[in-house]
Design a protein around this ligand. Structure first.
Ligand code: C2E
Ligand code: CA
Ligand code: CA
Ligand code: CA
Length: 277
């Protein structure tokens, strides 16, 4: 029994070491990723449940590292947040999104509103609204084409700051949505003070909605709450027709998920989901 315990300990150590070697390699590779032009954006369409029209898309970062191959954002975004690199990566995502919208406009393609994810560190900087206004000006793109996603968790850390920043963004004219909604933290008294355009129902509730009564109740409650607060709702992670129908029945406004489309490169998104003027 003693030996087994020791082996287990040794195994645990090896695993820990492998994990930290991996994150060390990732951190090093991440350091050069911007300069080496290794990032790209994918776009995942969002549709209106009442009209089935494409009303927007979410921009999601992709990293193809020359040394490590494809690395998922779920793995490298937390590392970039720890190291502070998320600020320059986040600025790249904003600029690249607005540049893409400008390209569509130049080619007579009607863009849709594109939602960009913001990390807490970005949201916390005082000049975020100025940065966003500058980038829109740089490419002469209207703020109506840009939406900013912050997670419920980010919004809850410093609610006073959140209210002030959201008000500045509202003045610029960009839309805002609260990502991963329902996973915790936001007090209702603050939620009603947040000038938020849309609540994004977390995919964990959507996933089990068709066969789990509790999750269906949660989704329904979020939709009622949003309606009371004058906000739109979008469900993310919609993978089946059954989920789509159910969401429509209970009054959800919009949907996003693999059932409609996976996140895809700009050229494909343009071909499949945008229209020429
Ligand atoms: P998120 O913002 O909650 O994004 C939704 C994630 O769910 C994306 O994963 C998307 O590909 C995935 N997804 C969409 N539809 C479905 C579906 O029907 N089923 C399932 N199982 N998954 C679906 P992805 O692209 O791997 O991104 C993971 C997370 O990384 C994002 O979660 C976000 O937190 C972060 N992230 C991605 N891009 C950026 C970025 O540009 N900036 C920042 N700060 N974070 C980003
Ligand atoms: Ca998101
Ligand atoms: Ca989400
Ligand atoms: Ca998430």
């Amino acid at each position: 029994a003693k030996n087994a315990g020791r082996n287990r300990y040794a195994f645990f150590n090896q695993e820990m070491q492998a994990a930290s070697t991996r994150s060390l390699m990732l951190s090093n590779a991440l350091h050069d990723a911007l300069l080496q032009n290794e990032f790209s954006l994918h776009f995942q369409p969002q549709v209106s449940l009442s009209t089935t029209e494409v009303i927007g898309a979410e921009a999601l970062i992709r990293w193809h590292s020359k040394s490590l191959g494809h690395v998922s954002p779920g793995e490298f975004i937390p590392l970039a947040e720890e190291s502070g690199q998320i600020l320059s990566i986040g600025e790249w995502v904003l600029r690249e999104t607005v540049r893409q919208i400008r390209t569509w406009l130049n080619n007579d393609i009607k863009p849709v509103r594109i939602a960009v994810n913001l990390s807490y560190a970005q949201f916390q900087t005082n000049d975020l609204p100025i940065l966003i206004a500058d980038i829109l000006k740089e490419f002469n793109v209207s703020s109506e084409y840009l939406e900013l996603e912050l997670t419920e968790r980010t919004a809850a850390i410093d609610p006073e700051h959140t209210v002030a920043t959201l008000e500045s963004l509202q003045q610029i004219g960009t839309h805002t949505s609260m990502d991963d909604f329902g996973t915790g933290y936001s007090s209702l008294s603050y939620l009603q003070r947040f000038p938020i355009y849309k609540l994004k129902i977390d995919q964990s509730f959507v996933r089990n909605m068709a066969n789990n009564y509790n999750d269906r109740i949660i989704v329904g409650t979020i939709i009622l709450l949003a309606q009371q607060l004058g906000m739109r709702t979008i469900a993310e992670g919609v993978e089946t027709e059954e989920q789509l129908d159910l969401l429509k029945t209970i009054g959800c406004d919009d949907a996003q998920g693999y059932y409609i489309s996976r996140p895809i490169p700009a050229e494909r998104f343009e071909l499949e989901f945008l229209t020429k003027h």
